[in-house]
Design a binder for this molecule. Structure first.
Ligand code: PLP
Length: 374
């Protein structure tokens, strides 16, 4: 590694990514549509796309046009679906780059085709209970009617329909019934179209949670995001065995000192030593995406042992209790990942302050270099 970078860095395990893909393939087969939005959940979209392509992934999903153009650039042969909104003014870019746009209404479809002479490819998004975007109807019959309307739009090529589950990551009976209803709605809609001789190539509704807990042979694609990166859609719910976290987060010790009973550590004097202690300063802070909400609550790993953060996390630095550990300047500290027999996952950190592993890995900031390791 470039020594200049040896302050705070994220290690991305290529072998874990690839073995996760084979675990997922064992479950969903070749239907993987890799969700690489938000810089591949903070893992670095260029490299992740490259390795996914090496693993045989052909479908990608992103949130916006910029991401789609970059993925097309990394993987020109792949199919790229934009899940979120694209301003209709960019319809030409969609068409020229052979990108598939998620379409959420007839009006939106008309706006898109009005802005280009070329054919727009799309999948139609149905809102079956997520309450976010998409066609929303009481019955599959009415929904199918509107889809037929959209299909009749000139210069629009409708290749599929899809929906998104709100609670596929729950074992609660009521939630399972809710997801059953969402799934039935989209399948019924698809089958009505089929019965009227409208054969769409794709109908998809499986996300990571559905791929783990309720695979369905009817979903032509599995839009897997978080499990590719080895995290759980709903920690501490287990994910299929063999899935391993891809990202580790590391920094080094810059300074070790002895403090005495009564000494204060960091801003706000929220931590006061109640005995003599060894305190080490670590070269990472909230500007690296390591949340200040973890102050005095999270552990880090040093030489295979857990150490507690002492006091407030600063912008670029934080302090840890290394009493009796022989810590030295230059020692590597693991904030996310494994050291010896101990492991701290992004999911564990998330649970400390009420968020999800997704937000932790997406939030590791740009100034943290991603280092790709075997
Ligand atoms: C982000 C997203 C996904 C992936 O979700 P995971 O829980 O990470 O698998 C799938 N579909 C849609 C529409 C999304 O927005």
């Amino acid at each position: 590694m470039n020594q200049h970078l040896k302050r705070a860095w994220a290690e991305i395990s290529v072998s874990n990514l690839k073995s996760n893909i084979s675990v997922i393939k064992n479950i969903v087969g070749d239907r993987i549509m890799a969700v690489v939005k938000a810089d591949a959940y903070g893992h670095g979209e260029g490299e992740i796309c490259h390795y996914l392509k090496e693993s045989g992934v052909k479908y990608f999903a992103v949130s916006n046009l910029d991401e789609a153009l970059r993925v097309k650039n990394f993987c020109p042969e792949s199919e790229v679906l934009i899940l979120g909104y694209t301003y209709p003014e960019y319809a030409d870019e969609l068409a020229e780059n052979n990108i598939i746009q998620g379409v959420i209404s007839k009006e939106y479809a008309l706006e898109l085709v009005k802005n280009t002479d070329k054919k727009i490819r799309c999948h139609i998004k149905i809102d079956t209970g997520m309450g976010r975007i998409g066609l929303k109807y009481d019955t599959p019959e009415k929904c199918a009617e509107e889809i037929k309307n959209i299909i009749n739009t000139d210069n629009l090529s409708v290749e599929g329909i899809y929906t998104h589950f709100a609670v596929a990551d729950s074992y609660d009976e009521d939630n399972i019934r809710y997801t059953d209803k969402q799934e039935k709605f989209i399948i019924d809609t698809y089958d009505i179209l089929k019965s009227e001789n409208i054969h769409l190539e794709h109908v998809h509704f499986m996300n990571s949670a559905a791929s783990c807990y309720r695979t369905s042979s009817r979903s032509t694609l599995a839009r897997t995001g978080i499990i590719m990166y080895g995290l759980s859609p709903n920690y501490p719910l287990e994910i299929p065995s063999g899935l391993k976290p891809v990202m580790s987060l590391k920094a080094i010790i810059s300074h070790v000192k002895k403090v005495q009973n009564g000494d204060c550590i960091s801003y706000g004097r929220t931590f006061t030593a109640e005995r003599d202690m060894d305190i080490a300063t670590v070269t990472i802070g909230y500007a690296d995406g390591y949340s200040r909400l973890l102050s005095s609550k999270a552990d880090v790993l040093l030489n295979g042992k857990r150490c507690r953060i002492t006091g407030r996390i600063c912008m670029d630095q934080l302090m840890i209790d290394v009493t009796g550990m022989n810590a030295k300047e230059g020692d590597i500290v693991t904030l996310i990942g494994s050291d010896g027999n101990e492991t701290i996952t992004a999911d564990e950190l998330a649970s400390i302050y009420g968020t999800i592993g997704y937000e932790i890995v997406c939030g590791i900031s740009k100034r943290v270099p991603r280092i790709y390791v075997k």
